[in-house]
Write a protein that binds this ligand. Sequence first.
Ligand code: GDD
Length: 334
Amino acid sequence: MKKKKALITGITGQDGSYLTEYLLDKGYEVHGLVRRAAIEDPAHRMSRIYHLLDRLNLHSGLIENYASMYNVVARVKPDEFYHLAAQSFVAESFEDAFSTLHINIFGTLNALSALKELTSDCRFYFAGSSEMFGKAKKSPQNEKTPFYPRSPYGISKVAGFDLTRNYREAYGMFAVTGILFNHESPRRGFEFVTRKITSHAAKIKLGLAKTLTLGNLDARRDWGHSYEYIQQMYAMLQLEEPEDMVIATGETHSVREFCELAFSELGLNWEDYVHVDEKFRRPSEVELLVGDASCAREKLGWKPKIRFKDLVREMVLADYERLKKELSIERGII
Ligand code: GDD
C-alpha cells in the first residue's frame, strides 16, 4: 500500500516533534516546512527532531509567504496537513502584534488557499487554542462557548479558526480546528511559564541560580501533556466527518500550585526563591481556563492519562537530569 504523506508546519516545535515521531511510527512519509535558518543550524534550531532528520523530508520556506506555501504543497501533495506553526508566545504578541497577526493569520490563509488550489482532498488540521476563549463567559469551556480573546495572539487564533471553518463550509474541505488547552512536556520552550519554573527550580537545586522571577501567580490553566494531545490531532483527521473539538483535561491549577509542586519535587520550598515582578504581567490577562472535552471523549475516546502531578514531576526531573549531565561534562566528570 502507498505510504500516506503528512506535511507539518511547526515541525521543529514541541508538538511538531512528538507528532512527527507518532506519524513515522504509523508508517507515514513525513514532510516539514521549516525556515532556512533552521536548516543552517540543525543542532540548535532543530534539536527536538535532530534524532529523526534522516527519516524526514524538510522543505525550506516561510508560512507567511504564499509562494513558499504553494510550492511545498505542490511538491508534496500531502494527504494530511498539520498547521502547527505560529508565533505562539502570548506575551510576545503584545510586544509585536503586527508580526503575530501577520504570521498567524496569513500562515493559515496561505495553507488553506494552497490546499484548495492544488489538492483539496487533503485533510487539514489547524492548531487553535484555548486562548480564543480568553475572558470566558462560562466555565468549563467547550465548543459552544463564545470567544473573547484577550491578546493579539488570541485574536489571530480566532481568525484562523474562522478561516478554517469558512474553507470547510465554502469549499467542502475536510478542515478542522483543534481547540487545545495548554499542553506541556520536557520539550516545552523555556519562555512558557511551566518550563520557566521547572528549569529554574532545577538550576536552583544545582546551585546555578538563586531566584526565579514570575508575573501573575494566580492565573489558572488546564495543563495536559503534549504527547497525548498530538494523538488527538491525528485522531481528529481520521473521523468520518470534520468537526472542531476541545482537547483538555478538565482540571485547572494556578501558576502558584505549579511552582509549589515543581520545587517540592526537588525538596525545595518555592516561597524561598520565587519573586514577583510586574514586568511579567500581561496588559490584559486570561485569568482562568478549564476545558470541557466531552465531545472529544465521546467521538475520539479521549481520556487523559498523564495527570497534573505526573506532568510537573516529569518536567522538573528532566530539567534536573539534563543540567546535572551538562555540569558533569563541563567539570570533566563524564
Ligand atoms: N510565560 C510566562 N512567564 N507566564 C507567566 C509568568 C512568566 O514569568 N508569570 C506568570 N505567568 C502566567 C501568564 O500570565 C499566564 O497567565 C500563564 O502563566 C501561562 O502562561 P504561558 O505559559 O506563557 O502560556 P499561555 O497560557 O499564555 O499560552 C500557552 O497556551 C495556549 C493554550 O491555551 C501557549 O502555548 C499558547 O501558544 C497556547 O495557545
